[in-house]
Design a protein around this ligand. Structure first.
Ligand code: ARG
Length: 460
């Protein structure tokens, strides 16, 4: 088979070394984008007077037929070609002859591949954002049904202070909303049209790049042809957005794994999301959450791998850049599948409110006792020491604040009055919080309402 560059060489490419560079096996995923870009390019060079209107019309018809063939049978997009660009061009020339040979006038695969990937990301980032939105909706659903139920919160994985269970779900929702915004920015970075850059120095034909950008749905044109030929920052930004979303999924998964364990038991994992053991009959394992946690490694690996590939490249296109596509496709597929598996698991969690409330009681109310003393004019540092001594006593006696008589309270400080009895509870603890970002029930209700509003905007 003649190659795109056959005129230059005396020898045919070595088959096995040539196959090392073949990317059609994966860049065939850019088939639609490649055809779309070529259609727009043919129109643009016809308008610039570089090819005739008749040739442009023949190219358009040929490309439409190729697109149709590929849509009808995905197996059509296959062959001995080096990449998707060579595949489409060969198909076109086979169909329409000489006119097809004029399509590549003033254009390079270097800008074509950048265009295709940018087009691909613009569509596919939107799909990932919709998936992130569905996970946020599942978290908001849980926050909505938890009511006033409480959980212990943890620092250092040691019980810290009571929080509303809704606050826990909304905490994860906050992280995924940042991911959503990060994808908006990743999409914006991909949203620059590179055609007109030529192989590296620009193109000789008076192509209206602004019109081409409009035609292809880009908001702007790249600023510099040399930069454009090697710029894959938008890939790194995308992989970072995917990686951080996977990290958030991993952390959510870890919470679900812990909180549904026998030891914590705050939530029940529905059987339909659990896996049993081939040997141990009692087991109910949270495999989907473990997989979401585990697969974060692949996506972070793709980011690190891609940054390593970009580092040290000289200016201009280098073939190393071909590594971008598998990184994008794998990160995207892994994240999409992980989001889709996590959302129903989250939505299906059932709260064991009694068990969670019990764990949110006891000495983790110590800060509230200290605040009681502060309200009675004890300096906080002193209050901390007084309550620290109380905790030491209670822990060694296997008791907690709720078991203390007034006389016992007052043994630690004469500022304790009868109103302390029954006042130190998880519900009082959360109600006492005052800031908008706190676990105060009114603040949590407002935060949930804000998330629900966000979800309804733009139909997330
Ligand atoms: N398959 C190539 C890639 O993915 C397309 C660009 C090829 N350009 C070149 N000069 N060999 O980057």
């Amino acid at each position: 088979m003649p190659h795109l560059w056959s005129g230059r060489f005396d020898e045919e490419p070595d088959p096995s070394v040539f196959s090392y560079g073949v990317s059609l096996g994966f860049d065939r995923q850019l088939f639609e984008e490649d055809v779309t870009g070529s259609l727009a390019w043919a129109e643009a060079i016809a308008r610039a007077g570089a090819i005739s209107e008749a040739d442009a019309a023949a190219i358009a018809a040929g490309l439409a037929a190729i697109l149709e063939a590929g849509r009808r049978d995905p197996a059509f997009v296959n062959g001995p070609d080096e990449d998707i660009h060579a595949f489409v061009e060969r198909q076109l020339v086979e169909r329409i002859g000489d006119a097809g040979k004029r399509l590549h006038t003033g254009r390079s695969r270097n800008e074509q591949v950048s265009l295709d990937l940018r087009l691909y990301l613009k569509t596919h980032i939107a799909q990932l954002m919709a998936r992130v939105g569905r996970l946020v909706a599942a978290l908001a659903h849980q926050a909505g049904i938890c009511g006033g139920a409480v959980l212990p919160s943890y620092t250092h994985l040691r019980r810290a202070q009571p929080i509303l269970a809704a606050h826990f779900f909304l905490a994860h929702a906050a992280a995924f909303r940042r991911d959503y915004d990060r994808f908006v920015r990743a999409m914006d970075e991909a949203d620059a049209m590179p055609l007109g850059s030529g192989a590296i120095a620009g193109t000789t034909y008076a192509v209206d790049t602004r019109a081409l950008a409009d035609r292809l749905g880009f908001s702007r044109v790249v600023a510099n042809s040399l930069d454009a030929s090697s710029d894959r920052d938008f890939v790194a930004t995308f992989l970072y957005a995917c990686s951080l979303t996977m990290v958030h999924l991993s952390r959510l998964a870890e919470d679900v794994i812990i909180f549904t364990s026998e030891e914590f038991g705050f939530f029940e994992l529905p059987d339909r999301f659990a896996t049993g053991s081939s040997l141990m009959p009692q087991k109910k394992n949270p495999d989907p959450m473990e997989l979401a946690r585990g697969k974060s490694g692949r996506v972070v690996g793709r980011l690190v791998g891609w940054l390593t590939t970009m580092k040290g490249l000289p200016s201009g296109y280098n073939r190393d850049l071909q590594e971008d596509k598998e990184a994008v496709f794998e990160a995207e597929a892994t994240l999409a599948a992980s989001l889709d598996a996590t959302a129903p698991v989250v939505a299906g969690l059932r709260l064991h409110a009694d068990r969670a409330a019990l764990a949110a009681s006891g000495v983790l109310l110590a800060t509230d006792v200290a605040d009681y003393l502060v309200a009675r004019n004890v300096p906080f540092r002193e209050a901390h020491a007084i309550v620290g001594a109380m905790v030491r006593f209670l822990v060694s006696a296997g008791r907690d604040f709720s078991s203390l008589s007034l006389e016992e309270w007052q043994r630690f400080s004469d500022r304790f009055g009868p109103d302390v009895i029954g006042a130190i509870t998880p519900a009082a603890s959360v109600a006492a919080k005052r800031t908008p970002q706190s676990t105060n029930p009114d603040a949590v209700a407002a935060a949930l309402a804000e998330v629900v509003l966000w979800l309804t905007q733009a139909g997330k």
